[in-house]
Structure formats: structure tokens, C-alpha cells
Design a protein around this ligand. Sequence first.
Ligand code: UDP
Ligand code: MG
Length: 325
Amino acid sequence: MLSVVLPSYNEEKMIQKATDTISRILEEAKIPYELVFVNDGSKDGTWKEIEKAAAQNKHVVGVKFSRNFGKESAMLAGLANASGDCCAVMDCDLQHPPEVLVEMYRLWEQGYEVVEGVKRTRGKESVLHRASAGMFYKIISKAVKIDMSRASDFKLLDRKAVDAILSMPERNVFFRALSSWVGFEKTSVEFDVQERTEGESKWSTRSLIQYAVKNIVSFSTVPMQCVTVAGVLVFFMAIILGIQSLVKYFSGHAVEGFTTVILLILIIGSIIMISLGIIGYYIAKIYEEVKGRPRYLIEKRISGADDVQNKEHRQKTPPREMKAK
Ligand code: UDP
Ligand code: MG
């Protein structure tokens, strides 16, 4: 069976559409499937829509977070709640074309264990966005040692790869890179990013910067090594300036040079502060990992298949608050 994981945050208009489109395509291709919607603490009627979809379609599973935990957590929760032999992850705004799922599934049948969706085109983006995304992927590609510039969160993973990813203890996960990192028999399919039809993108410039910094830190220690490099550079500068000042001192021109002093204080001061910031950020991340909090909290799980049984069960057992009294 193929499990399709769909993280959804404020997507009330898309749930029904996504359910219909994806199930139609998979049924036509005769692929046994389930759709795992993860409601990532939406503030609109997304959960209602998921419940509705589960009542109509027995292939729908819904997982509800207690609050917004972010897309990475939602994808992991979806994988943890999927029971398929292979699991696909895709956006529920249908920007990842569902037809490609069939292509991915066929490749999986041929024995591939990780099928990556690769963006042929990046869709509509501003110049600034494109440039900063380019820089981000350069750093990440170096860290993972795989070209990530066209990578996406649209992929299909074999049960083996899913279990490997789920068994990782780290809190800050960067799913896109982790699925490459686990290895296994890998291939890719190209797809065109579609236009969003309903709702809007959840990413602001600020959240994108946070996303980039967080993921670079979770996969690479290069920023911390930059601190060392900066230190070495400043040390060489110090030797040169040191020699120059000594020469001046002995030749009797020592009073001049206040500009140099001010510049040095400014340069070194700012380098030290930036360095402390970088190190501090890593320590903060270590702190988060050490606390070992769960990646997400699930408030409720529903499944289209046992919806009917659940209803009967609920009628028989009184709510818990009443039992306690
Ligand atoms: N998403 C989520 N949690 C969040 C933000 C987004 O689960 O905190 C989901 C969202 O519902 C969508 C997918 O992640 O299915 C991609 O989000 P979006 O379309 O806003 O990103 P874009 O396509 O613009 O990169
Ligand atoms: Mg989108």
C-alpha cells in the first residue's frame, strides 16, 4: 500500500480538492493507498474538512497536532502514522502534481527505495528569493555532499527508509536532506511546480530566513569553523600591525595611529560578537536537543476506515471527565 502524507496548515479550501484529485488518480492507476492528513495546528476549518473527508472516504487518515509545530514535524508525524509499504510526502496545496505519484510508485515497484521529486522549474519567485535560495542550497549541498539545488519535499520512501528516518533521535530535522542522507537505492523524477489555486503560501521572508539558518545549523558546522578562520585572519593582521607599531615606536613616531586603534577595536569587537552569536546559536540547538522534548504532540487521530466503529464506541463509553466523578 502507498501512504501519501499531506502536511496541512490553514488549508481548508484544499483538503477536499486534494482528497478528490489524489484518490481519483491513484484509483485509476489501481494503486492501493491511504491519505494521511496532518493538521499542523491550523487556525481555520482544516480539521473539520479532514474529518469530513475521513467520513466520506475510508482511505483518509487524519492526525491533529495540539498546536502548530511546523512542516518538518508534520511530515514526520505523517510518516509515523502511515502504515504503507512505501510512503510519499507531498504538499496538500497540489503544487506537487499528483500524477507524478504514479510515476514514483512504478519506480518503487521496480525496486528503488528512495524516489526524489526534483523541481524542473522553481515556479514563480522574486529575484531576491531565488538568489538567497541559491546561496542556502549551496551551503546545504556542501554539507550533505549531494546537489540539493532542485530538491523538494516531494518524495516517495520505502518502509526501510521511513523507519530509518523515524528512528533518528534528533529534534531539528531537515527532511529534504535527511532522505538523501539515509542512502538506499535512489532515483529521481522531475516535476514542474504548479501554481497554488487556493489559499496562500505560509512562508514569510522572516520564516524563510529562520528555516535556512536552522537547517544549515542542523546539517553543517561550517559557520562555527568560520569563527576559527576569522580568528586566524585577525591574528595575521595583528602580527603585521604589531610589527608596524614597534617599528614606529623605535623610530620615535609612536603618538600617531589613533585611527588604527579605533579600527582595530571596531573590527575585532564585531568579529568577536558575531562569533559568539554563531556559537550561541549552536549551543541553543544543543540545548534543545538535550531537553529531548517530543517533536510534536498529537491531540487526536481519526481514520476513515474505523470511523463507524469509533462512533459506536463513543456512544457506549461516557466521556472521561464524567467517569472520574
Ligand atoms: N505547512 C505545514 N505547516 C506549516 C507551514 C506549512 O504543514 O507551518 C504545509 C502547508 O499546508 C503545505 C506545505 O506545508 O501543504 C507547503 O506550504 P506552502 O504551500 O505554504 O509553501 P510553498 O509551497 O509556498 O513553499
Ligand atoms: Mg505551496
